[in-house]
Design a protein around this ligand. Structure first.
Ligand code: DP6
Length: 363
């Protein structure tokens, strides 16, 4: 079994005195069984499984050059869409602190991080998963210069491991198309330390599965995910919820292999509502859904009943709605979305996405 200490490198075989840069694209992901609650060091309280997305992604260029000064601090500049982004720096600083022991070269270089998202800025879509994912693979490209002998497996596992330390769900944004994070009996080689690719043969029903994201509310969330996770400590239903997530993961494994869309819909919607039920029953309690979130959910239920098309919704920690549906119903569902749902979106905004293949290096 892989341990945390396996990611602390031995002496590097190569020295790196030149400056250089890498650029990676990393996607967002949408959880089907949700991660909610964590232990120390970003260890999840329960396992989760997600579809990796294709269009919503972060592209990050990481430039590095040997530091000229002898300062003992991390040295980096951070740009979003070409402009300095000071308010992202504390989160990045924390990320550097958490990963330093695994990347001992961090304090020897000055980094310039230039990042952009393909989805509209402040759309309420979390960019932390794709953003931290993109940072992690860039860092692994640098580490490979120090240690050219590293295996592919080590590269990808450690990338996910590092991403997790930036944001839990980011560890599911390295690979595609379905990723499991968190040790659980039904998934061989699953780990709390990093995401693993779901290796069973996925039923053709899920090929090019669609995710249309309805932007219901783009405002700042009333409670951040980090605080939400905290509130699972001493939560009256936490234990049952964590157990349920293991059961639901085993059920999802079966569904993804046998292609039962009816069961998929039922499980995905139940997971989304359970996540929000946890928020509503925390102390203090809070609600992230908006009236339009509920309008959309009701419309989806009605449409499904009328048409027998297996379209369903899921939610992240926010008011936006992800609509999941099979590729062969795409035209009809998009028509339904345009006719009936975009009135509930802020500025009628929505994003069409689908299941994707994970992060990749750009030239
Ligand atoms: C509701 O990964 O954003 O989207 O680890 O504190 O960065 P941190 O939390 P984060 O939590 C995501 C929670 C979720 C469910 C999920 O993606 O599994």
């Amino acid at each position: 079994m892989t341990k945390t200490t396996d990611f602390i490198p031995q002496e590097y075989t190569q020295k790196l005195t030149e400056k250089g840069s890498f650029q990676w694209s990393a996607p967002s992901n949408i959880a089907l069984v949700k991660y909610w609650g964590k232990k120390e060091n970003q260890i999840p309280a329960n396992p989760s499984i997600s579809f990796t997305l294709n269009n919503c992604k972060t592209i990050t260029k990481l430039e590095f050059e040997p530091k000229k000064s002898t300062s003992k601090d991390f040295a980096f500049d951070l740009f979003l869409d070409g402009k300095p982004k000071e308010d992202f720096k504390p989160k990045m600083q924390k990320f550097f602190e958490r990963i330093e022991v695994y990347l001992p070269f961090l304090k020897d270089y000055h980094f310039t991080i230039s990042t952009e998202n393909t989805f509209p800025h402040s759309s309420g879509i979390a960019s932390s998963a794709s953003g931290m994912g993109a940072m992690a693979v860039n860092f692994m490209s640098i580490e490979k210069l120090f240690n050219p002998e590293m295996t592919e497996e080590y590269f990808w596992q450690k990338a996910s491991f590092l991403a997790r330390l930036g944001s839990g769900s980011a560890c599911r944004s390295i690979k595609g198309s379905v990723v499991v994070w968190g040790e659980t009996e039904s998934i061989e080689n699953s780990s709390d330390l990093f995401g693993v690719e779901f290796l069973e043969t996925i039923h053709p029903n899920f090929q090019n599965y669609q995710d249309t994201i309805l932007l219901v509310d783009k405002g700042e969330k009333v409670v951040s995910s980090t605080v939400g996770h905290e509130l699972m400590h001493n939560h009256p239903f936490a234990q049952q919820r964590f157990e349920q997530a293991h059961d639901n993961l085993a059920r999802m494994k079966q569904i993804l292999t046998d292609g039962n869309l009816q069961k998929f819909v039922e499980l995905v919607e139940s997971e989304a509502l359970t996540l929000h039920a946890m928020m509503m029953t925390s102390m203090p309690y809070f609600i992230l859904m908006k009236p339009n979130t509920l309008e959309i959910i009701n419309k989806i239920w009605k449409y499904r009943q009328q048409t027998d098309i297996q379209v369903c919704f899921t939610l992240d920690a926010g008011a936006n709605v992800h609509i999941l549906y099979p590729n062969n119903s795409k035209d009809k569902v998009l028509q339904f979305i345009k006719n009936e749902l975009i009135v509930y979106c802020q500025n009628q905004q929505y994003i069409c996405d689908e299941i994707g293949i994970g992060s990749f290096k750009l030239n």
